[in-house]
Structures are given as structure tokens and as C-alpha cells.
Design a protein around this ligand. Structure first.
Ligand code: NAG
Ligand code: NAG
Ligand code: NAG
Ligand code: NAG
Ligand code: NAG
Ligand code: NAG
Ligand code: NAG
Ligand code: NAG
Ligand code: NAG
Ligand code: NAG
Length: 350
């Protein structure tokens, strides 16, 4: 067994001290779900649950107490019900796989179809119908500031070949970094692209579109991957970002970027307006700023170890739509900067 993939992702917030475990509810199977809190010396507190190895909350100190900057829910029921992958660990493969098939070594693999229709597919999104975000992970404390999530995805899971042991380490440092470390081992070659699907709003999770308008984003990517507007599958083209709304090489205002975006990339399915795009990074650093909380988000993607010529890339869902606000259930207005967490991809050999 080889160690196949390691992805380090650092989110520097604006300086870990204790870990608490509490009950977070019960699954329909009767299994108990827990929620864990990591807190550092600077008053940053994050919460994560074993259900989906999901990041539930990120609270940062501001002048006036703490501000929640991650969208999510306060109870397990909402996590079981929603379909937006809030804060979850995405696997085996973040992003869509066209027609839910891929071919490797002359074998066609048939993946579970869940996008856009749960029954008809045609595509496989974020690991399929029961992706890693919907599984109960084992959790141990690997150090005072680190949670270790473990999962065994069996051979054939959602159609993917090979037994896959997955470990996700989630740490909160005293330098205000949230650090995800992804590792997987397999006994058959399989594609993999692990990611966290957090939605961030630096102005506060409940601040809505108005908060988004004042925030900036910068992603060093000279090329983007156009997608088929119906199913959001990459068309295979690789395009220069210059002169397009996808040019985020210099820091830009997110509200303006959303307003400039080509209509064909706007999805009007579950969200009123949301856009998803795939950028090809020229370096491994992306950042969000503004929002008035004094918080900046810096995202270092990279350090992909092993595998076959892995590419790091950022998946940016910049949403301004019908996302539920954290503390106001029933209020269907909100906005979030989604999934600046990136994925590492590769077809990984054993
Ligand atoms: C779940 O937790 C409750 C309360 O602590 C306990 O009584 C029950 O045995 C646990 N169930 C399982 C399946 O571990
Ligand atoms: C989950 O959805 C079902 C069906 O819509 C609903 O009956 C239930 O109350 C929801 N649960 C929570 C916790 O929101
Ligand atoms: C998916 O299947 C459809 C219908 O068979 C086909 O037209 C399309 O080219 C396929 N897409 C890809 C990316 O293979
Ligand atoms: C491809 O399949 C053949 C026949 O099953 C097998 O012997 C070989 O090891 C496979 N190669 C790889 C790289 O998986
Ligand atoms: C995928 O489906 C095709 C067509 O039904 C079948 O020939 C093939 O064996 C399937 N692949 C696997 C790995 O089961
Ligand atoms: C998770 O814990 C259970 C119970 O201790 C154990 O049977 C299982 O093998 C563990 N799974 C992983 C992936 O570590
Ligand atoms: C997964 O972990 C288990 C327990 O450590 C081990 O027995 C098994 O060989 C591992 N499988 C893979 C594919 O790494
Ligand atoms: C993108 O296009 C612009 C304008 O044509 C050109 O100046 C630039 O060199 C191109 N960048 C890349 C990375 O190809
Ligand atoms: C984007 O468009 C909306 C709706 O027209 C407008 O309210 C908002 O001020 C615009 N945002 C920016 C930053 O231009
Ligand atoms: C891997 O996941 C990221 C984040 O979701 C996504 O943007 C990227 O397109 C995926 N990579 C591939 C090759 O699909």
C-alpha cells in the first residue's frame, strides 16, 4: 500500500488549546453523532462533526465578541436534509464526472448517478448518492489541536474501484490557520479528489448578499475550464481568463464579479443565482478579504505528494442565492463565498 495523496490546505484567519466533544444527534440508523470544538489561544473556535467529517462552525473574535464566518446549521437534522454540501468532506471525487463513467485499463467503471436528477443522472457529483459527506467517520484526537477523521470506503463504493482508507486531519493552529491534511491509500487504481465544501462569508454568515458585495477575492489562475451550461461538465476547453469574469488574478470585488458573469454560467436550479467555475492555478495561493470583520482568508493549496502528476486547483462557488442563514432558519436570503477550499486530483495508482 502506498501513501497516495496528501493535500495541505491552510486557511490563515486574522493565533489550539482545547478540544471538547458533545452529542450532536442520532442518525436514522441509531448511530450517535458527535460534534467537536477546537479553540486556540486567540479565541478562534471551530466545530466539526463526525457526520461527513463536516466543518460546522468557524468563529473569529472581532472588536465586539465573536463572528461566525462559515455557513452551516446548528443541528444534525438540517445537515441530513440539505443538499448543498455545507462544510462537508467531499469524496471520492469533488466535482462532476460526465455520464457517471470513466474508463481505466480498458474497464468502464459505472459510478452512482446523482446529478442533476437523483435517479436519472446522468452525472456523478461529489462522490455519488452517498458521498463521504454523508458517512459517519471515526474520530480520534491526534493531538491537542488536531482531529483525525478516518473512513474505509470499500471496493465498489458508489462504483469506484479499490478499498480506500481515507484520513482527514483537521487542525487549528495558534497562528489562526485551519489546516486540512488529506491522505488516502488504496489497493486498486482509482480517481480521487478530496475537498472541503465550506461556504464562507467574512462579513458574517448571516450578512447576506450585502456582505458579499464588500468582499474581495484573488486567485492566481491564468486559465479557466468552461463548462456545459446545462450539466456543468467541463467541455474540455481550457481558456485564457483575460477579459473574462474569471480573471481573478488581481484582487477584485466579488459583488462586481458576480454582476459581470456570463449569464450562461448562472445556475437557476436550487439557488437563485450561483455560479461555479474551475480555475487552473498558476500558484497555490488564493485569498478573500473585506467584509468588515477584520478577517482575511488565505488559502494555500498544494503539497500534493505521490500519484501521477497531480494538479491542485481551486473550486470557487461564488454564490449569492438562496442559501440558508445560520441563525435564521426559514429566512431564505443569504450569500456565501463557497468552497474556496480546493481539491487535489489524480488518477492514483496502487
Ligand atoms: C447513543 O448515546 C446514548 C446516550 O449517550 C446511549 O445511551 C446509546 O447507547 C448510544 N447509542 C449507540 C448506538 O452508541
Ligand atoms: C427534514 O425534511 C423532512 C422532509 O421535508 C422534514 O419532515 C423534517 O422536518 C426535516 N428535518 C429537519 C430537522 O429539518
Ligand atoms: C454523455 O452521454 C451522452 C448520451 O449518450 C452523450 O451524448 C455525451 O457525449 C456523453 N458525454 C460525455 C462527456 O461523455
Ligand atoms: C490492467 O488489467 C490487467 C488485466 O486485468 C491487469 O493484469 C493489469 O495489472 C492492469 N493494469 C493496471 C495498471 O491496473
Ligand atoms: C459498466 O456498465 C457496462 C455496461 O452495462 C458494463 O459492460 C461494465 O461491465 C460495467 N462496469 C463495471 C466495472 O461493472
Ligand atoms: C471505526 O471504528 C470501528 C469501531 O471501533 C471499527 O470497527 C472500524 O474499523 C473503524 N473504521 C476505520 C475506518 O477506522
Ligand atoms: C485500510 O486499513 C486497514 C486497517 O488498518 C488495513 O487492514 C487495510 O489493509 C487498509 N487498506 C488499504 C487499502 O489501505
Ligand atoms: C491571455 O490573453 C492575453 C490577451 O490576449 C495575453 O496577453 C496573455 O499573454 C494570455 N495569457 C496566457 C496565460 O496565455
Ligand atoms: C450587483 O448588482 C446588484 C443588483 O443590480 C446591485 O444591487 C449591487 O450593488 C451590485 N454590486 C456591485 C458590487 O456592483
Ligand atoms: C477537484 O475538486 C475541486 C474542488 O471542488 C474542483 O474545482 C476541481 O475541478 C476538481 N478537479 C477535477 C479534476 O475535477
Amino acid at each position: 500500500m502506498l501513501k497516495l495523496l496528501v493535500l495541505f490546505l491552510f486557511v490563515n484567519l486574522i493565533t489550539a488549546q482545547s478540544i471538547n466533544k458533545e452529542p450532536f444527534g442520532t442518525l436514522p440508523t441509531g448511530q450517535n453523532v458527535s460534534i467537536y470544538t477546537l479553540e486556540n489561544n486567540n479565541g478562534v473556535a471551530i466545530k466539526a462533526t463526525d457526520y461527513g467529517a463536516t466543518l460546522v462552525s468557524v468563529k473569529v473574535p472581532t472588536g465586539n465578541g465573536q463572528e461566525e464566518i462559515l455557513l452551516g446549521f446548528d443541528n444534525l437534522g438540517d445537515y441530513l436534509n440539505h443538499t448543498a454540501y455545507f462544510g462537508g468532506t467531499i469524496g471520492r471525487f469533488a466535482n462532476r464526472i460526465a455520464n457517471s463513467t470513466f474508463t481505466y485499463n480498458n474497464t468502464v467503471y459505472n459510478l452512482s448517478k446523482n446529478d442533476p436528477d437523483p435517479i436519472k443522472g446522468p452525472n456523478s457529483l461529489h462522490g455519488g448518492r452517498r458521498g463521504f459527506d454523508k458517512l459517519l467517520w471515526n474520530v480520534t484526537l491526534s493531538s491537542i489541536n488536531t482531529l483525525k477523521f478516518e473512513l474505509l470506503s470499500p471496493d465498489g463504493d458508489e462504483g469506484y474501484p479499490g478499498n480506500l482508507n481515507v484520513t482527514v486531519l483537521l487542525s487549528l493552529s495558534d497562528d489562526d490557520e485551519i489546516i486540512w491534511t488529506y491522505e488516502a491509500t488504496t489497493d486498486k487504481t482509482t480517481p480521487i479528489n478530496l475537498s472541503n465544501h465550506g461556504y464562507w462569508n467574512l462579513a458574517g454568515a448571516g450578512s447576506g448578499r450585502n456582505g458579499i458585495d464588500g468582499q474581495t477575492i484573488q486567485i492566481p489562475a491564468n486559465y479557466y475550464v468552461p463548462v456545459d451550461p446545462k450539466y456543468l461538465i467541463p467541455t474540455g476547453e481550457i481558456k485564457n481568463v483575460t477579459g473574462t469574469p474569471y480573471d481573478l488574478t488581481a484582487s477584485i470585488n466579488i459583488g462586481e464579479a458576480i454582476n459581470k458573469t456570463d449569464i450562461s454560467f448562472l445556475i437557476t436550479m436550487r439557488y437563485l443565482i450561483a455560479l461555479t467555475f474551475c480555475l487552473i492555478l498558476s500558484s497555490s495561493f488564493a485569498q478573500l478579504g473585506g467584509g468588515g470583520t477584520g478577517v482575511g482568508l488565505h488559502d494555500n493549496l498544494g503539497a500534493n505528494v505521490g500519484g501521477t502528476g497531480l494538479n491542485a486547483n481551486v473550486g470557487a462557488n461564488t454564490g449569492g442565492g438562496l442559501l440558508r442563514r445560520r441563525r435564521a432558519p426559514g429566512v431564505l436570503k443569504g450569500a456565501a463565498i463557497g468552497a474556496i477550499a480546493g481539491g487535489a486530483m489524480g488518477a492514483i495508482g496502487r
